[in-house]
Write a protein that binds this ligand. Structure first.
Ligand SMILES: [Zn+2]
Length: 352
């Protein structure tokens, strides 16, 4: 089951006061705001958006929510800005402007369990498509915390029981933020290096600070729990890890360089173009350069094409294709067999 989220587009420029108060969100990002691109207008300070949490809280505040409406899930797969020091910028892993699959779930404490379960299922589904193994780490209540101790204990119990269903888990005692426990998701690349991507953070503070309420079934008002969640985290960072993990050869369904057709010589160019027509569902190029056969194959390997089709006289006469996958020769296949190989590969891990 997938979560139904309401896709939103938050303001790209926000008043600094939405971020600045005595809470961790500000503490974590004071530096960002201090150094961020700030715009002044009659003494009001604005910044480029470094996060979506305050925007989603303001949106919720305008909703007049009843307990029957919960959980409310607001998502924003948009641009965020962090004015990192120039020395800290690294390839795609640390950039100043990035996309994040950011979502905020407003729910009751009783609904947290299902939301965490849904999140982990969602996460597992997405990561499986990329063949990533992952492990989860739960950070629990630090000495200084805000909120009700019973709520903390209950939330931690729920999170603990859920992460223990994942094959690899760990608890970092006392390492949580003061406003709620948190699960960090770490993925392992092909070199077994760990990278933090997904995250789920419970927050008892922000709803209080923004005075968010919902009407309960006793005609009173209660404060919702806020869950911050991301599956990919920064999409740029995720792509960098995926490129490292796959050595640049992206899965067939995702690859921008799916098939390269190489005629042994340009005499077979017509046959190569006929094959291209048959595979027009995919990204296909025909190498019509005047390079030697070996050079053409090497070029296609360097460009990380998923499949390299080599065609010459024998293939043209028998209506076949000689297939290579990277440096491996798969052999000669008929057009129908090759189409089936591509179809199966495309469907195997397709995400959408
Ligand atoms: Zn957030």
């Amino acid at each position: 089951m997938f979560l139904i989220e309401n896709d939103t587009i938050n303001n790209h420029i926000n008043k600094n006061e939405n971020y600045s108060d005595n809470n961790e969100i500000t503490l974590d990002n004071n530096e960002i705001l201090d150094n961020n691109v700030t715009i002044f207008d009659n003494d009001i300070h604005f910044s480029l958006k470094p996060m979506n949490c305050p925007g989603h809280c303001l949106l919720y505040k305008h909703m007049n929510v009843s307990y029957k409406d919960l959980p409310i899930r607001l998502a924003d797969f948009g641009v965020l800005h962090r004015n990192e020091f120039s020395g800290a910028l690294t390839g795609l892993t640390r950039v100043r402007r990035f996309q994040q699959d950011d979502a905020h779930i407003f729910c009751t404490l009783e609904q947290v369990e299902t939301e965490i379960e849904n999140y982990l299922h969602f996460l597992e589904t997405v990561y499986n498509h990329f063949n990533f193994k992952f492990e989860v780490e739960l950070s629990t209540r630090p000495d200084k915390y805000i909120g009700n101790l019973d709520n903390w204990n209950k939330a931690e119990q729920i999170l603990e029981s859920k992460i223990k269903k994942i094959s690899k888990w760990k608890i970092n005692k006392g390492d949580g933020a003061f406003y709620g426990p948190k699960i960090d998701v770490k993925i392992k690349d092909s070199l077994k290096r760990k990278h933090q991507c997904g995250t789920i953070q419970l927050d008892f503070n922000l709803p209080e600070r923004f005075q968010l309420k919902y009407s309960n079934d006793n005609e009173g008002l209660d404060t919702p729990v806020l869950i911050h969640r991301a599956i990919f985290g920064s999409i740029e960072r995720f792509m960098a890890i995926l490129l490292e993990h796959t050595n640049g050869r992206l899965p067939f369904w995702l690859s921008p360089s799916q098939i390269s057709i190489i005629p042994i010589s340009n005499i077979y160019l017509d046959y190569a173009n006929q094959i291209k027509e048959k595979f027009n569902n995919y990204d296909v190029v025909v190498d019509n350069s005047k390079e030697t056969l070996n050079k053409k194959i090497r070029n296609s390997q360097k460009q990380c094409f998923n499949y390299i089709f080599v065609v010459g006289e024998k293939e043209m006469e028998t209506n076949t294709i000689n297939i290579r996958i990277g440096k491996n020769i798969l052999g000669t296949k008929t057009l129908e067999e090759t189409l089936l190989i591509c179809q199966n590969d495309y469907q195997k891990n397709k995400l959408f």
